[in-house]
Design a protein around this ligand. Structure first.
Ligand code: AMP
Length: 113
């Protein structure tokens, strides 16, 4: 599997505006923000997409969701926020490393495009 841009960010081969890191995950600001706050949260484990999540990843996924809740609080998204995970071509996924978009700071439209 080719190394993704997100793996390069984990390995510090390319820079990113990192807002949170622990042993299991990394959060950084999206380079093309779609909202006043747009952060990407990724596991350090190179899972390609939702489709590649294994049963053994259940604890990791729980940690990611709890981290999202803490990040939203730290980033003052008190009025609400949206979490998006694109999967595959039709889902609009462009980087093959599982990532959660945390979007906030404006009212979101529904349905998404
Ligand atoms: P997706 O389309 O769901 O795969 O989302 C990939 C996201 O990664 C897009 O919102 C891009 O703007 C973002 N992105 C790509 N390269 C970088 C980078 N080097 N630093 C931060 N965000 C990036």
């Amino acid at each position: 599997m080719a190394e993704t841009v997100f793996q390069k960010i984990i390995d510090r081969e390319i820079p990113a505006d990192i807002v949170y890191e622990d042993d299991l995950c990394l959060a950084f600001r999206d380079v093309t923000p779609q909202a006043p706050t747009h952060v990407l949260l990724i596991p350090k484990k190179p899972i390609e997409s939702i489709d590649q999540i294994a049963d053994e990843d259940a604890e990791l996924l729980g940690h990611l969701w709890i981290t999202i809740r803490k990040l939203a609080n730290e980033l003052n998204l008190d009025a609400g926020y949206r979490v998006v995970v694109n999967c595959g071509k039709d889902g609009g996924q462009t980087v093959d490393h599982l990532h959660f978009h945390l979007l906030g700071g404006r009212a979101m439209a529904w349905p998404p495009g």
